[in-house]
Design a binder for this molecule. Structure first.
Ligand SMILES: Cc1cc2nc3c(=O)[nH]c(=O)nc-3n(C[C@H](O)[C@H](O)[C@H](O)COP(=O)(O)O)c2cc1C
Length: 243
């Protein structure tokens, strides 16, 4: 049975939630819902503890860790937000700020995700792109986007939602992993090289060594074709020299 974890980044269960519910009809498995608004996560203090010393040193670890652990257990992850002032909601951004360390220490290489964004009329593509990009930095293997303008419509147009959510669901069930993009290989090797400089960020150095990822061109869970392998080695070599 597939496990899906859903993060609702809206303070209510309306337009964005309706889209998620429509997508759910095309997914087989069990669902865990995380309504961020009810978690009352304090604002990120910018203390840098997560990045420099380890995520367990975050003053809000007890709020963030259970959510990150749920994502780790999931086969499929759904992250969602309405557009607020041409961006994600502050509730979701605050959660993402607390996970900034994952950009340095990516780990979701065998997972797939679906981004769901709703808006009245503007910003949905840009916001979905931002969330997609964030998850790729976290290591996600494949990220699908559903971005919908709901303004002036009295019913939900289900066709596009069904199409993308079916693709997402069958991809999750297939268990097959996609080849990463060159950009993914590039960022992986930037952080990998950063972890072996003369003066690395301690928590990053620990992570890359302890996971053994420092010895790999990319996560060993994912296959690289020969061209991407060469690209990875070259990037690692160059960034080790310049960082
Ligand atoms: C504070 C706030 C800011 C918003 N900003 C925008 C915006 O910049 N552009 C837009 O087209 N819609 C904007 N909207 C409309 C919502 O994005 C839209 O109604 C969305 O579908 C609401 O989703 P929800 O029902 O899941 O909360 C805003 C709504 C609120 C409450």
């Amino acid at each position: 049975m597939m496990k899906y974890v859903i993060i609702n980044g809206s303070p209510r269960k309306k337009n964005t939630w309706n889209i998620i519910n429509q997508a759910r009809k095309n997914l087989n498995g069990e669902f865990e819902e995380i309504h961020l608004a009810s978690r009352k996560i304090p604002m990120c203090r910018g203390c840098y503890n997560c990045i420099l010393e380890g995520e367990d040193k975050c003053p809000h670890f007890e709020y963030i860790n259970p959510i990150v652990e749920k994502i780790k257990e999931a086969d499929g992850f759904i992250i969602s937000s309405p557009v607020y002032a041409l961006n994600v909601t502050a509730i979701l951004k605050n959660f993402i700020d607390h996970t900034a360390y994952i950009y340095h220490r990516p780990e979701f290489f065998d997972k797939k995700a679906l981004v769901v964004v709703s808006t009245a009329g503007a910003g949905q593509k840009k916001v979905a792109k931002y969330l997609n990009e964030t998850l790729r930095h976290w290591g996600f293997n494949k990220v699908y986007n559903i971005a919908i303008a709901c303004g002036g419509k009295d019913h939900l147009e289900t066709e596009g939602i069904d199409k993308i959510s079916k693709k997402f669901g069958s991809d999750v069930e297939s268990g097959k992993l996609h080849s990463p993009k060159f950009g993914d290989v590039l960022f992986y090797n930037v952080w990998r090289a950063m972890a072996v400089t003369d003066d690395p960020i301690p928590a990053d150095a620990r992570f890359w060594q302890e996971t053994g990822l420092v010895n790999h061109d990319f996560s060993p869970a994912v296959k690289l074709n020969p061209l991407k392998k060469i690209f990875a080695k070259l990037m690692y070599f160059v960034f080790k020299k310049v960082l």
